[in-house]
Design a protein around this ligand. Structure first.
Ligand SMILES: [Zn+2]
Length: 168
């Protein structure tokens, strides 16, 4: 998935239209998983149960940056038999097919989020690991300018700010 660097100001990431609270159990009725099935097919992936489940966790995640362990813990909580190895494999497949983006932050933790239509940058709390998204038009414009000054067209960037909470 290519990020569009430019004039967007919204922080909207692509998610399910119906937002669902994170404290959920899997619906006891087998549900259609219709949006997820469509999503997988569009990415050229065969629809399998592990893929559906991992995708569902990522779509319901709030905040929506999860490590592989986070995904694993959430699935365990609802008593799923999925293994951590499977989760890593599925996440890698998702990454390769463009459904998710992986961010490797300098503190050594990698998080996954659904690939968003809209570009955003991240800041990482060095004490808690909390990830915050932001978009700043001045930074976006400045980066383009800098690239142009060097004779380049900016096609992509990732910006991560490592931050610590201000003490009052
Ligand atoms: Zn993000």
């Amino acid at each position: 998935m290519f990020l569009v660097v430019g004039a967007q100001s919204s922080l909207t990431c692509r998610r399910l239209t119906a937002s669902v609270s994170i404290t959920y159990g899997w619906p006891s009725q087998p549900v259609a998983h219709a949006p997820q099935q469509t999503e997988l097919k569009r990415a050229g992936l065969k629809v399998t149960m592990p893929r559906l489940k991992v995708l569902e966790v990522l779509e319901r995640a709030e905040p929506h940056h999860l490590s592989a362990e986070d995904v694993y813990k959430q699935l365990l909580r609802v008593d799923e038999s999925i293994s951590i190895t499977t989760i890593y494999r599925v996440l890698t497949q998702f990454e390769q097919s463009g459904i998710v983006e992986r961010h490797n932050f300098d503190d050594g933790h990698a998080v996954y989020e659904l690939a968003s239509e809209v570009h955003h940058d991240h800041m990482v709390d060095v004490e808690t690991g909390a990830v915050t998204e932001f978009v700043n038009e001045r930074i976006e414009a400045l980066q383009k300018e800098i690239a142009a000054e060097h004779g380049y067209d900016l096609i992509h960037h990732e910006l991560v700010l490592y931050v610590r909470k201000l003490k009052n």
